[in-house]
Design a protein around this ligand. Structure first.
Ligand code: SAM
Length: 448
């Protein structure tokens, strides 16, 4: 079976997470743990071949970096010079639509059309596509923005001529794909289908959407918590999920966040089935975590014994653990001062020096209790100079000297075939936002 995953904005992290999850056996999700077989990939979408059917709804809930999961229906050849709709001219027959795409529904049926691109060389000029994924996605040379509409009308006509009345939902002007919120709000998966075309230069994949990211639930997990801390900053739940999925820990193992703040990583870890320990030097942060988790565990039906918080300096956390096993660490350490304009070189140097001292002490402390081969997934600050260029912390060497290896965020056997990835020269990945100077560099260290 072939599945396509529509990737989030920071697609390098989305792919790293996806590969980590798909290579970890999980009977409930239908994942065998075989090396993942990637058929095609771009900044927007990744197609895999899976020996077994996947539990896509379970998988969608688990993945912070994936916006939609699609089932690939057919593969068609296309001449490079042909437009997408021309190549599909004879494809969408009523029988094909009813048998392969549309869900049975008694009321007024609805469907939507989205296009994802496999080859970004097909594109030119900058346009904003909406879609909830890559902002500022460029326009298609050979198939300007009318393609979803043209294909949608073609499908609608085919169905109407066969006596089936159906409503068509199209992407916003300047977009090639429907935002997940539109798919959800229009109940497309219940009342018909979202029909997707994944377009390469010479190949088209037709696909239908099986699952969509629950944007409302992520919003609740972020903004409806009783306590927030805009001053220290909070990691977005999606990014916390990605980091936890990168940790190599098995479900029900124990993960520590020694800079837990108001508990975002703790709550996301619990949802993924881990047992969680949180500590922070700040008493108020621990109180905030406790309040948040009380709210969270009632809402998401999590047993109270699955997590524990304590006030502690991260450089002195071992003694609080009292011989308790910790299978891994996932944490957004302090990022230092936050800036609204690029800091002076002296400031950067001072911040890095201070943080280096802190992190070296922390990793020395972690060595006291972490088992060999366990992993520390950690965010460290990177100052964003311009679009793809950052001033990064020189700390890594000091940490590796303490008996840790910096692990590639994505196995090199996969990364070498995906030239479009945005990996740093040390094979970490950066999560940033346009409006932020201090970005998060996500690093994975493995204890020797
Ligand atoms: C960026 S915040 C973490 C936010 C957290 N990920 C969340 O989403 O709520 C960094 C946290 O590190 C804590 N911190 C700073 N220095 C520390 C230290 N030496 N030991 C433990 N915690 C520390 C701060 O109190 C702060 O809560």
């Amino acid at each position: 079976m072939r599945y396509a995953f529509v990737l989030g904005r920071v697609y390098t992290l989305s792919i790293a997470e996806l590969v980590a999850v798909l290579e970890k056996p999980d009977i409930q999700l239908g994942i065998t743990g075989e090396p993942v077989k990637i058929l095609e990939a771009s900044e927007e979408v990744l197609i895999i071949e899976s020996a077994k059917p996947l539990n896509v709804n379970g998988l969608q809930k688990k993945l912070g970096g994936v916006i939609k999961i699609l089932e690939v229906v057919d593969t068609l050849k296309k001449r490079e010079q042909d437009s997408i709709n021309f190549a599909l001219k004879h494809y969408f027959k009523p029988s094909v639509l009813k048998k392969k795409f549309l869900k049975e529904y008694k009321g007024k049926m609805q469907f939507g059309v989205s296009i994802y691109l496999l080859d970004m060389e097909l594109v030119k000029n900058n346009h904003n596509h909406g879609n909830g994924n890559p902002a500022g996605r460029p326009a298609v040379t050979n198939s300007p923005f009318g393609e979803p509409k043209r294909i949608g009308m073609m499908i609608k006509k085919s169905l109407t001529d066969s006596g089936q009345s159906i409503r068509l939902v199209l992407p916003e002007f300047n977009s090639l794909a429907l935002a997940s919120v539109v798919v959800t709000k229009n109940l497309l998966l219940q009342k018909g289908a979202e029909i997707c075309i994944i377009a390469g230069k010479n190949t088209l994949y037709t696909a239908k959407t099986l699952a969509v990211q629950d944007f409302e639930d992520y919003g609740r997990r972020d903004y409806q918590r009783p306590v927030r801390d805009d001053k220290q900053g909070m990691i977005p739940p999606k990014v916390a999920q990605i980091m936890l999925n990168l940790s190599g820990c098995k479900t029900s193992e124990i993960i520590l966040d020694p800079f837990c703040g108001i508990g975002t990583i703790i709550q996301e870890g619990l949802l993924l089935g881990f047992r969680m320990l949180g500590s922070d030097i700040n008493k108020a942060a621990i109180r905030g975590s406790e309040n948040n988790l009380e709210w969270f565990r009632n809402r998401y039906k999590i047993a109270p014994g699955k997590y524990h918080f304590q006030v502690s300096d991260a450089t002195d956390v071992a003694k609080l653990l009292e011989g308790q096993t910790v299978n891994g660490i996932v944490s957004e350490g302090t990022l230092g001062p936050l800036y609204t304009s690029f800091p002076k070189p002296e400031e950067i140097e001072k911040n890095f020096k201070d943080l280096n001292k802190l992190y070296v002490s922390c990793f020395r402390e972690f060595s006291k209790f972490l088992p060999a081969k366990s992993q520390v997934v950690m965010c460290i600050p990177a100052y964003r100079k311009n679009r793809d260029s950052y001033e990064k912390m020189p700390t890594i060497d000091n940490i590796t000297e303490l008996g840790y290896n910096l692990v590639d965020i994505l196995p090199s056997s996969i990364a070498k075939n995906l030239k479009f990835l945005k990996l740093t020269e040390r094979k970490t990945a950066i999560y940033d936002r346009k409006d932020q100077i201090v970005a998060r560099e996500i690093c994975i260290f493995e204890k020797n």
